[in-house]
Design a binder for this molecule. Sequence first.
Ligand code: PXL
Length: 286
Amino acid sequence: MSKTPRVAAIHDLSGFGRCSLTIVIPVLSAMGVQCCPLPTAYLSTHTGGFTGNTFLDMTDQLAAAMAHWKSLQLTFSAVYTGFMGNARQMELAADFIRYAREWGSLAVVDPVMGDHGRLYRTYTPEMCRAMAALAEEADLIVPNRTEAALLLELPYEEASALSPEDAVRQLSRGGQRSVVLTGVSTREGGTGAACYDRSDGTVSFVQRDFVGRAFHGTGDLFASVLTGALVRGGSLRAAAELAAEFVELCAAHTAPQDLPLREGIDFEPLLGQLARRARGGKGDKA
Ligand code: PXL
């Protein structure tokens, strides 16, 4: 049996713009983790800053691929979900998590729905309700502040006024799931995350410099590194540290290039560094 951790990744594939599977696959691979994609949709570009993108809904393929994998009794270290095309896909993802959990799999749900106080263009209220139901299945959720408000069913301003500690505790639903809330700033010029670890009930913070601008794809980059570090045996806090550090590194590399924001965060040249950090450095016990 291979010792390489294996992750089932349920996200969209956007051809241009750097997000979801074009981040998840290279990041997990660089970290020494086998990524098995279950694409929810193919889009020519992501939906942030581009108009006229194509959208091929892959719900039927998703259901068929999951059924095939179940028939093969495939096992995974984690199921990691992100951007969904419709509410049905979230039900399928929840069902797949329940299957994989029987074999000991961790469920990481990035409840991708929006950012900066606004829903992504393709998300409907019905999809947000389905995402909340999917998040019920999670061992760990990784919302940004917009998604936290949606999960807490609070107006954005009200949710943002909660202290990060209160927010993650409320999002944990009485300690049922771990939470890494992103977009948390604890000092001037800083950004990072608040982490609620359900294994010991503690809240901790990771904080790095906010460099440049809010590049597209940073949420996917953060959650992918986090997931990779966790399945390699790191603690939640160490995994969040590594994720925040790598996002900062990539932001510092991207900022001076002055690329259009919609082209995303220029992480590819830094994957070698991530691979070295994942193998030996802080953020990973393996
Ligand atoms: O990064 C989140 C994301 C993922 N997938 C698609 C998106 C977005 C955000 O805009 O449009 C297709």
